[in-house]
Design a protein around this ligand. Structure first.
Ligand code: ANZ
Ligand code: ZN
Length: 800
């Protein structure tokens, strides 16, 4: 038959939909498979080929699992709150609700036109009240359990988006949304205490199947550091300055201290300090810098010595100067350090610049040139002298500190608590009421959802307030506790809120009593396989694991970890090898490809283009190659015979079943497809194919190119949907050829080839070799000196 994709693709999409072929069944006693892909942000740009690649992996796995008899949940939805929509709404003066609905419709049509086997009865949209009611509900559970707190702090603030950003959203000092420089600003911030879950998030990694690089990124992000808190007295006043250090063993080498420019000690003792003007000027300089700039290792060190305050080294009583310098951050440890210039390069650079003593306490290196950070014998260190092992010296020092009550072991995390409020409109309202008498009061659960009011004017306020702050009917309310006049919180939740738990809602998307029914969660959770982008490994993946661990501790979900397995696709680059972007004009629209070559060709191509995890440039001629392959597949119906399956093809078919089956599991989609391409060449070389073999072929190809395979199935009289038929099985014994062809050498030169039974004994191989006429002619009249046989590979005769 011909490959008429324009006709068959819509035809099968319609049939699948009418028959609800891919609907996940609740309460089934089949084994389950929950395959998850990162739900899209429905932007106006519509779908990207990157979405197709990201979804195709779990699509193929889900289709294979269904054919293997699993009850499959493969859902999709829309992560639709967020700034891009809101910014677009402001620009076009169209309500974000209208834009979101339009974009979701567009995405839905696009996804359907590619033939993904999603369960469309479970679609979720994070901006719908019946969804965000539960996002708010989880927030209140956290509030109730002390995981939410409010603080006035210096935050990352994007002056262009007029929004506070989490550290995760401002990496490298740039706003993740508009790429402007982020500044530090003092703001009222709602935090989620994610740091309380740092250890659980680390521990949990032991129980999940993530690639090593993904685990490592999470470990680095959490950034657990083991060290000590040590109290330094401030000379002449009743004040201790606590520092955090990972190297308490170097305490005798401390020659100065540094505190962050924002450290509260300065304002507390402003009266005593004689150079406040200089300090203030330096502070203003620092406020302009991003955290990223401040923490760069190689940069000119700057700072100011505080005149009027001096620290005291607790182990030897020596008085040491205290500086402020921008390389010490207020947000890590205690915002104060003990400086050991001999063994820390930043301290070393600083000491050199300011002419401060450098006392070596560990032997080694060349202290004239640079700090020595290696191991060695302790010197100049009183009771530590002679210790040679860092671990032992740290232990000994901690013992001493604890005995004297001036220090203790402690841990720190790079990860900070999660800044959770945004001064914007298009997000989940934070369900808190501010009462002048009762303080911050939770909106009662019965009142959820706290609806986002429909407003006309969604421009952000110049004062950095959410547009909701202008809606009096929203703001003014009664305190749920005392009934007095109160005001609502007007900030909304960040983009990452809905995606922190959305996979639970798919399990039971229409539940009005709970975020999901416990029995259903017990059946479906955890997600068996989650595929997504590397860019979400540290934010979305950490946030959602945090929420899930919390829900587990509350007894709401049945597993601590939400995702049993996670994988990541490589990016599709433009055909020029650059990242696809509008500005470079190298964007490929997946719908253009569907239009020109068909959905099956697109699906096959995105999985054929290379290693699934590697980035690869788009290549039009390769798409055409996939299309040609599918045309040859369609042509198989023309050479189908009624004869029984041929013996010749048997091994090839069994080998293909084995390889395609295992390659799909290993995400080696490209080699699975290549295997089918080789097989079709072999079939055409024979010139015919039995019906049984053709059925196996289209079953193996069905997860990749389901429309064409269904059409062939129907054409050759198959009953029901091929997509729901049985995945073929192979027999191990039939995956090996009965015989193999090997070369025969005489004195190192190939003189003939023979066919031997697969795995035959040495004697048999040698006998067959000697019988070969050409080989025999080379041996004639000579004496055999040596006979070598490498099983199934070669025979070599040495003859004189
Ligand atoms: C003395 C010392 C001696 C240090 C030495 C290091 C080497 P991690 O591993 O990242 O936890 N530090 C502590 N708080 C800081 C802050 N708020 N801003 C900048 N630096 C800070 O690093 C901890 C080390 O970084 C601490 O150990 C401290 O310097 C510094 F040979 O103390 B160390
Ligand atoms: Zn009250």
């Amino acid at each position: 038959m011909k490959h008429n994709f324009k006709k068959i693709e819509p035809k099968w999409q319609k049939k699948w939909e009418e028959q609800q072929a891919f609907k996940a069944v609740d309460g089934s006693d089949k084994p389950k498979f929950y395959g998850l892909v990162e739900f899209p942000y429905p932007s106006g740009a519509g779908m990207h080929v990157g979405h197709i690649k990201a979804y195709s992996s779990i699509e193929v796995l889900s289709r294979k699992r269904r054919m293997q008899g699993y009850n499959v949940l493969f859902p999709i939805g829309f992560d639709a709150f967020g700034l891009p929509t809101e910014n677009y709404a402001i620009k076009t003066n169209t309500h974000p609700r209208v834009i979101t609905d339009q974009n979701i419709e567009k995405f839905t049509n696009q996804l359907k036109s590619v033939g993904f086997s999603f369960d469309w009865s479970r679609v979720i949209d994070t901006t719908q009240e019946d969804f965000y009611k539960w996002t708010q509900w989880i927030f209140l559970k956290m509030f109730e359990n002390g995981l939410v707190f409010r603080d006035k702090t210096l935050v990352n603030y994007c002056p262009s988006c007029k929004v506070v950003l989490s550290n995760e959203d401002s990496q490298g000092g740039k706003c993740d949304i508009c790429h402007s420089d982020v500044i530090q600003k003092s703001k009222d911030v709602w935090y989620l205490r994610i740091t309380q879950y740092a250890d659980k998030l680390l521990e949990g990694l032991k129980d999940v199947d993530y690639p090593a690089n993904i685990k490592q990124q999470q470990v680095n992000w959490i950034g657990k550091s083991t060290g000590a808190f040590v109290n330094f007295a401030v000379d002449g006043i009743d004040e201790t300055l606590q520092i955090y250090t990972t190297r308490p063993d170097t305490l005798f080498g401390v020659t100065f201290m540094v505190i962050a420019p924002e450290h509260p000690l300065i304002d507390k003792y402003a009266e005593r300090i004689t150079n406040m003007d200089e300090i203030k000027a330096y502070r203003e300089e620092c406020a302009k810098k991003t955290e990223f700039e401040r923490t760069q290792l190689v940069k000119e060190k700057t700072g100011v010595c505080i005149q009027g305050l001096e620290g005291v080294n607790p182990v030897n009583g020596k008085k040491i100067p205290i500086y402020i310098a921008d390389y010490v951050m207020m947000g890590y440890g205690t915002g104060a350090i003990m400086a050991v210039p001999a063994h820390d390069q930043r301290d070393y650079d600083f000491a050199k610049k300011f002419g401060i003593d450098i006392i070596q306490v560990i032997k080694g290196g060349d202290i004239e040139k640079e700090a020595y950070t290696g191991d060695g014998e302790m010197i100049n260190s009183d009771f530590l002298n002679g210790y040679t092992n860092k671990k032992d010296s740290i232990e000994r020092m901690l013992e001493e500190l604890e005995k004297k009550g001036i220090g203790k072991a402690g841990v720190q995390y790079k990860m900070k608590d999660w800044a959770f409020n945004r001064q914007r409109y298009w997000g989940e309202p934070i369900p808190i009421v501010h009462c002048p008498k009762c303080g911050d009061v939770a909106v009662p659960y019965e009142e959820l959802p706290l609806r986002l009011p429909k407003i006309e004017d969604f421009q952000p306020g110049e004062d950095g307030q959410s547009p909701l702050a202008r809606i009096e009917s929203f703001v003014n309310c009664k305190c749920p506790k005392c009934g007095g006049d109160a005001k609502r919180e007007t900030d909304t939740m960040p983009q990452w809120a809905g995606s922190s738990w959305y996979f639970l809602r798919y399990v039971d998307p229409h539940n009005t009593e709970a975020l999901a029914d416990r029995k259903k969660m017990e059946y479906w959770m955890p997600v068996d396989w989650y595929n997504g982008g590397m860019e979400h490994v540290t934010r979305h993946m950490i946030y959602s694991r945090f929420w899930h661990h919390f829900l587990y501790d509350m007894g709401i979900v049945n597993t601590p970890e939400p995702y049993a397995k996670r994988s990541a696709q490589g990016m599709i680059l433009g055909s020029d090898g650059d990242k696809m972007s509008k500005s470079k004009g190298n964007v490929v629209d997946p719908l253009d490809i569907v239009d020109e070559y068909g959905a099956d060709a697109l699906r096959t191509y995105v999985l054929f283009m290379g290693d699934y995890g590697a980035a690869a440039p788009w290549n039009d001629s390769s798409v055409r190659g996939c299309k040609r392959f599918l045309e040859r597949v369609a042509g198989l119906t023309d050479i189908m015979t009624d004869e029984p399956a041929s013996k010749d093809m048997e091994v090839k078919i069994h080998k293909a079943i084995k390889k395609v089956s295992s390659d799909i599991e290993a995400m080696k989609f490209n080699t699975a497809i290549a295997c089918l391409m080789t097989l079709i060449n072999e079939i055409y070389a024979v010139g015919k194919i039995s019906r049984d073999d053709l059925v196996i072929f289209i079953k193996l190809l069905c997860p990749f190119a389901p429309h064409l395979c269904e059409e062939i199935w129907e054409t050759i009289g198959g009953e029901g949907l091929l997509s729901l038929s049985q995945w073929p099985e192979y027999e191990e014994s039939k995956t090996v050829e009965a015989s193999v062809e090997i070369g025969v050498q005489v004195n190192g030169k190939v003189r003939g080839t023979i066919v031997i039974p697969n795995g035959c004994a040495k004697e048999e191989a040698l006998e067959l070799a000697k019988k070969d006429e050409r080989v025999a002619s080379f041996l004639e009249g000579k004496t055999l000196v040596k006979e070598i046989y490498v099983p199934n590979k070669i025979v070599n005769f040495v003859a004189k």
